[in-house]
Design a protein around this ligand. Structure first.
Ligand SMILES: *Cc1c(COP(=O)(O)O)cnc(C)c1O
Length: 423
């Protein structure tokens, strides 16, 4: 599918008068339409709840918009829990899916009434020691090991992942929780990442629903919810077919009826913790061309760099790029798009065919809305840039200012060195 930016060059020129590049620009309209689709896709399940994976995009305005659709948060750290609480979410809309969890994080999660999702069987006793009485409702995370396949295609390798309980530990964990007087225990699994297929959730759901029935029968534990977690991907590449969440929801419904119908478990709630699918496509990283080098290759250098979007440098991930204002020009210029970091992997695109580029052109890097700004760092003394929201009425709102040098040096405040800084 052709990937078109949701803004024009003229709009960016106008925005840049107030907010200089680089910046992340989120699309409120796209975000809202997608949230509405997700809600509709699972509306057949009365207890359905999406817990947005905060790590994908921890901006309060963005998460505030999602909260309007009833979405909660999935958190993995103290900061993310504090974030979810400050958004105004009640405890039952905060999922705490952590791993290698410190005692104080269990304590804080318990204090705000978040749902604790155990990553390991040993965490049950550890958490109990940390917080005293365990809550009435908890959750445990499943990892069947091996590889996760759909029609013989390997999607991911849970057997290599650090997360979750093994199958025997699921049964043992449920029994142990029951002995401790826990009344309700949900189950959770995240078995494949960034799946661009409508088959992932339905396949996972079948496995988890069947497990839930068996766990209930064998241990007598009430299983109030099954959490399908994240993993629903997006079409980063133009040749990929985007997932259709309404098809996915309908197929999960079908599996739900097939498995829970005969077992008399139709009250089970379906939870999801999508991150990437919710915000990923609705943010463009906008950079301006500062320099063009003609050496052993063609290098187009932007004012943005990989600390604004780590995925290409970290995973060699593809992100589509558009030269704004040249959307319909033929792509005849082969180049690498780079940032200014002293790291060779600081490239948004390698050997990419684009329309001929000039200094001063604006380049939009697509699908930066998940693990984009949030994964940024200050390596090389780079400051994190602003986040802007293109609102449905066409106006632009600054939803996080750019960092300053004062922010960068703040943690050295009080030292003699700090007093010598000339900021
Ligand atoms: C990252 C993460 C998610 C979200 O994953 P996406 O692929 O972005 O949907 C959900 N749950 C947990 C526990 C995660 O770590």
């Amino acid at each position: 599918m052709e990937k078109r930016p949701f803004v024009t060059k003229e709009q960016i020129e106008e925005i840049a008068k107030t907010y200089p590049t680089p910046f992340h620009l989120y699309d409120e309209k796209g975000l809202r339409e997608n949230a509405e689709r997700v809600k509709r896709a699972f509306a057949w399940n009365p207890g359905y709840q999406e817990f947005f994976a905060v790590k994908a995009c921890p901006n309060p305005v963005i998460v505030g918009i999602l909260a309007e659709y009833g979405f909660g948060c999935d958190c993995a750290s103290l900061a993310e829990l504090a974030f979810a609480k400050a958004i105004g979410l009640p405890g039952d809309k905060i999922m705490f899916t952590s791993n290698v969890t410190p005692a104080e994080e269990f304590q804080y999660a318990a204090s705000i009434g978040a749902i604790i999702n155990f990553d390991d069987i040993s965490h049950i006793d550890y958490c109990e020691r940390a917080i005293g009485q365990l809550p009435e409702t908890v959750s445990i995370r499943y990892n069947p090991g091996g590889s996760f396949t759909i029609n013989t295609a390997i999607m991911d390798n849970p057997g290599e992942a650090k997360y979750g309980f093994t199958t025997p530990q699921m049964y043992e964990g449920m029994r142990r929780l029951k002995e401790k007087g826990i009344k309700h225990c949900g189950i959770h699994a995240f078995l494949a990442s960034n799946t661009v297929t409508n088959d992932y959730y339905p396949t996972l759901a079948k496995e988890l629903f069947e497990l839930a029935v068996d766990l209930h029968e064998k241990t007598g534990m009430d299983i109030p919810f099954v959490n399908l977690s994240g993993g629903v991907g997006i079409a980063y590449r133009p040749d990929q077919t985007p997932n259709d969440i309404e098809v996915i929801g309908a197929r999960v419904h079908q599996v739900y009826d097939e498995v829970f119908g005969p077992a008399g478990m139709q009250g089970v709630k379906v939870f999801t913790e999508m991150g990437r699918f919710i915000t990923g496509p609705y943010d463009l990283l906008i950079g301006k061309v500062l320099h063009i080098k003609h050496t052993h290759k063609e290098f187009v250098g932007l004012d943005a760099c990989c600390v604004d979007l780590m995925r290409p440098a970290m995973y060699g991930a593809y992100h589509h790029a558009t030269v704004l204002g040249k959307e319909d020009e033929p792509a005849t210029y082969r180049c690498d798009i780079t940032g200014s970091l002293c790291e060779s992997n600081d490239r948004f695109a390698i050997d990419r065919l684009l329309p001929p580029i000039e200094v001063g052109d604006y380049i939009a890097i697509h699908d930066a809305g998940a693990h984009g700004h949030s994964m940024g760092s200050n390596y090389n003394g780079k400051l994190r840039h602003a986040e802007l929201l293109l609102k449905t009425d066409g106006s632009v709102q600054l939803i996080r200012r750019a960092e300053t040098l004062a922010d960068y040096f703040k943690t050295l405040e009080g030292t003699e060195f700090y007093s010598r800084l000339d900021l």
